[in-house]
Design a protein around this ligand. Structure first.
Ligand code: FES
Ligand code: FES
Length: 155
């Protein structure tokens, strides 16, 4: 079926089987492999992207549900001057990642939080990350990175 949507600001039209998930569309059809697939069952959050600005799990949506909508993947994040987004900078500076498998999904989820709740407290940050699993870090540096990102975004 023909599907038109916006990915990272670019209009895209593709012919996909109706059972294609958004994650399959992004990775297999559009070859944007920054969006990871861990569980494929809506639990790990590795596939998190923004749909019309809201964090969603791309393994749990059909691509056709995203017709005429705006999808942002980790490849579409940018900071000022085209560099890294402040959330990415903070993850780098505060060692909020180790293997990096969970990181794109973590970052997209946190960008959503920063947009909605710029002064989120630690509990709100941890609640936002409830659906994003990390097997490496123990989360402490991720929370610190989010706090740093929020501070940087406010200044
Ligand atoms: Fe989508 Fe795990 S791959 S939540
Ligand atoms: Fe390895 Fe999170 S950094 S799973």
């Amino acid at each position: 079926m023909d599907l038109s949507l916006s990915i990272n600001g670019d209009s895209v039209t593709v012919d996909v089987p109706p059972n294609t998930t958004l994650a399959q569309l992004i990775r297999d059809e559009l070859h944007m492999t920054g969006t990871h697939v861990g569980c494929d069952t809506t639990q790990c959050g590795a596939c998190t992207v923004l749909l019309d600005g809201e964090a969603v799990k791309a393994c749990n949506l059909l691509a056709l549900q995203c017709a005429d909508r705006d999808v942002t993947t980790i490849e579409g994040l940018k900071g000022e001057n085209g560099g890294m987004h402040p959330v990415q900078e903070a993850f780098k500076d505060l060692h909020g990642l180790q293997c990096g498998f969970c990181t794109p999904g973590m970052v997209m989820s946190i960008v959503d939080l920063c947009n909605r709740v710029p002064d989120a407290n630690e509990q709100q940050i941890r609640e936002q990350l409830d659906g994003n699993y990390c097997r490496c870090t123990g989360y402490q540096n991720i929370v610190r990175a989010v706090q740093q990102a929020q501070q940087n975004l406010r200044t």
